[in-house]
Design a protein around this ligand. Structure first.
Ligand SMILES: Nc1nc2c(ncn2[C@@H]2O[C@H](COP(=O)(O)O[C@H]3[C@@H](O)[C@H](n4cnc5c(=O)[nH]c(N)nc54)O[C@@H]3COP(=O)(O)O)[C@@H](O)[C@H]2O)c(=O)[nH]1
Length: 635
């Protein structure tokens, strides 16, 4: 039972007792005063009316008390609600601003002051246009008031000005408050400062569109800008040039000096390139060591070529990193809009084909896109695709070319050369697919496979009693630069059980001289395994004799280009003699390749070249086709 019930019960009981006492007392008094029952009846009636009158008075008093009681409760609840609202209003992190129907500010909360920098007194009685940033036009405010008029509410992003003058974004909701008569009594605006969110959005957008290392636009932003530039060029009937720049042998820097130095170098290169171009030119880093330059208003190949040369020349001076000077070159591919391509994607692909051409032509230069390049590029893509399949479907074969001892003319070794038995095209020359395999990275897989086959084959020959000193395999520059080459060779030797001294690894002179320090380290590691090392195509690179002397190499292979002129071409004859003398002076064996005539073999024998290989001795053939007894007479 509540307090109210108990007090009501008490009142009712009191009324009951008083009524009974009153009735008994009046009845007793009337019977004692009056003998006549008619008088007694009249007074009882008067008493009844008097009691009804008193009761009505009591009911009135009770009603007043009750309504007072309820009235007090309601007021208490209202007060509580108001106190809570005021606390929320003041504690909320959202700014709150209340205006009267005329738009004059009548109230602001604490968060409002924190966000805007204004004190309460500075804004009360003023209009919210005090905070206008000037970023929004009249349309914006018209729409806002139209929404308030029709829906009684407006929400949206608005840029306002703090007291400090700083312009900032806020998310704001404005509500119209109406009184009991439906008249506008107030406008209440609740807003939050969204600068931090905007900053994060900007940061995310920046990260998504820029390369974090150099701060240059990335591929996404570059493609976007290229699309825009092309659209604008089309409209204004102007030309554009896209230059794709690739650093030559950058991988060697990463591999030999570490990624930290590689990163520093990329930053320095980006800095140097930045200094070359006027503001209208977009320079981007597309990934790895690949940069792109988009030049608007450049329609002539000659103009683009000048820029390409400027890029190449910019790297002629060494780059100064923390404590060392580094040299790096670049190759550039150029494609022009609208002459070469009509879309940004095509322009990039064409520039890539031209870049490939520049690299194939010996690097450190530029090449312009031509239509034939597309056909070649297409062909390259197709071959790369098919080559992957060929590896899986085991379409590759290993052929062996005999190597003869020139003194005895006997077959003493073989060189393993890969062949592709294409299901439709027949035997495809490695000269066609090896460069593509090198570019796509498939070469490492191919070389590893050839090495495994050659070692197994050599073991089989040895088990069959064939007296063969070595089997030579080619190691591409790509595989040679990899640290895992050592593990790979060790694994193949272990699996095949071949004596390491019977395996000869041929590395081209250019692969060695690309980065002699890395080559030196790699060669020493390989020598620890006990394998033999030969420098292939010797004479075509620019070997430093000092460096050559330090290399743990057992053989120099004279490039077939010099052998071709023997014995009549004096220059070739002189070069060959020098190479032989050089090899011998460094205690290396020397082997000539590309011997097609007896006279060439005779010249080489006469000048103390130890070994020879070429069509005159025998072409590369399948393992079972080798003629072990062939020893053609040289003299
Ligand atoms: N990384 C790898 N490269 C490989 C592998 N197999 C081959 N190659 C390289 O491909 C290029 C072309 O090779 P190929 O068509 O096999 O040509 C070799 C010989 O057939 C050819 N040769 C040999 N003797 C003569 C000759 O008397 N005349 C003549 N015109 N050509 C001849 O020379 C090529 C051998 O060259 P080399 O390797 O320098 O000893 C070629 O660059 C191969 O290196 C492979 O598995 N991996």
């Amino acid at each position: 039972m509540t307090v109210y019930h108990r007090s009501a019960m008490r009142g009712a009981l009191l009324y009951l007792v008083l009524s009974v006492v009153w009735l008994q007392l009046v009845g007793y008094l009337l019977s004692s005063f009056f003998d006549q029952s008619a008088d007694q009846l009249r007074w009882q009636l008067i008493n009844g009316y008097a009691w009804v009158l008193v009761s009505a008075g009591l009911v009135f008093l009770a009603g007043v008390r009750i309504s007072r009681l309820f009235g007090k409760g309601e007021h208490r609840a209202d007060g509580e609600r108001l106190r809570q609202a005021a606390a929320v209003f003041d504690c909320t992190r959202e700014g709150v601003l209340v205006t009267d129907p005329n738009g004059l500010i009548v109230h602001v909360n604490r968060a409002f002051m924190t966000i805007t920098g204004y004190a309460r007194d500075e804004v009360l009685g003023r209009r919210p246009n005090l905070f206008k940033s000037g970023r929004h036009g009249a349309d914006f405010y018209q729409e806002m008031f139209a929404s308030l008029g029709s829906r009684g509410e407006w929400s949206g992003e608005i840029w306002n000005r703090r007291k400090s003058g700083e312009i900032y974004p806020q998310w704001q909701t404005i509500r119209v408050v109406r009184d009991d008569n439906g008249q506008v009594s107030h406008y209440v605006a609740v807003f939050s400062d969204i600068s931090a969110i905007k900053d994060s959005e900007h940061e995310l957008a920046y990260l998504a569109h820029h390369d974090p290392l150099t701060g240059l636009p990335n591929r996404l932003l570059f493609s976007d800008r290229a699309e825009q530039a092309l659209a604008s060029s089309q409209l204004h009937k102007r030309g554009c040039a896209l230059l794709l720049v690739d650093l030559d042998h950058f991988k060697n820097i990463n591999d030999s000096l570490g990624h930290h130095v590689g990163d520093q170098l990329l930053k320095s290169v980006a800095e140097r390139f930045r200094g070359l171009f006027a503001p209208g030119v977009t320079l981007a880093r597309l990934g790895g060591d690949e940069f792109a330059v988009l030049v608007e208003n450049c329609s002539q190949p000659a103009q683009a070529a000048v820029l390409a040369q400027r890029i190449i020349d910019a790297l002629k001076e060494p780059l100064r990193l923390e404590n060392q000077l580094l040299f790096i070159n670049a190759s550039v591919g150029i494609s022009l809009f609208p002459g070469d391509a009509l879309s940004a994607g095509q322009l990039l692909r064409n520039a890539d084909s031209a870049l490939f051409k520049a690299k194939s032509a010996g690097r450190d230069g530029y090449a312009l896109y031509t239509e034939e390049l597309t056909a070649h590029a297409q062909q390259r893509v197709e071959i790369a695709f098919e080559l992957r399949r060929a590896l899986q479907q085991q379409e590759l074969r290993v052929h062996y070319q005999p190597v003869h001892d020139l003194a005895t003319s006997r077959l003493i070794g073989v060189e393993a050369l890969v062949r592709w038995e294409h299901p439709e095209r027949g035997l495809v020359s490695p000269a066609e697919f090896i460069p593509i395999a090198e570019r796509t990275g498939l070469i490492a897989q191919i070389d590893a496979w050839v090495m495994e086959q050659a070692c197994r084959q050599m073991r089989q020959w040895q088990e069959a009693g064939v007296a063969l000193s070595f089997v030579a395999v080619n190691v591409s520059s790509r595989l040679f630069a990899r640290r895992e080459l050592y593990e790979q060779v060790a694994r193949v030797l272990h699996v095949s059980g071949l004596d390491p001294a019977c395996l000869e690894l041929e590395v081209t002179e250019s692969a060695v001289m690309d980065d002699p320090e890395v080559a030196l380290e790699q060669m020493h590691r390989l020598r620890e395994l006990g394998v033999r090392l030969a420098i292939d195509d010797f004479g075509t690179g620019y070997s430093s004799l000092l460096r050559l002397k330090r290399l743990p190499v057992q053989k120099l292979k004279i490039d077939q280009g010099f052998v071709a002129g023997l014995p009549w071409d004096e220059d070739d004859a002189a070069i060959v003699q020098v190479i032989i003398a050089l090899a011998r002076s460094m205690g290396m064996q020397v082997q000539a390749e590309g011997i097609e005539q007896r006279e060439q073999a005779a010249f080489l024998l006469e000048h103390a070249c130890g070994m020879g290989q070429g069509y005159w001795f025998g072409r590369p053939v399948a393992a079972h086709q080798l003629d072990w007894d062939r020893a053609p007479a040289i003299n």
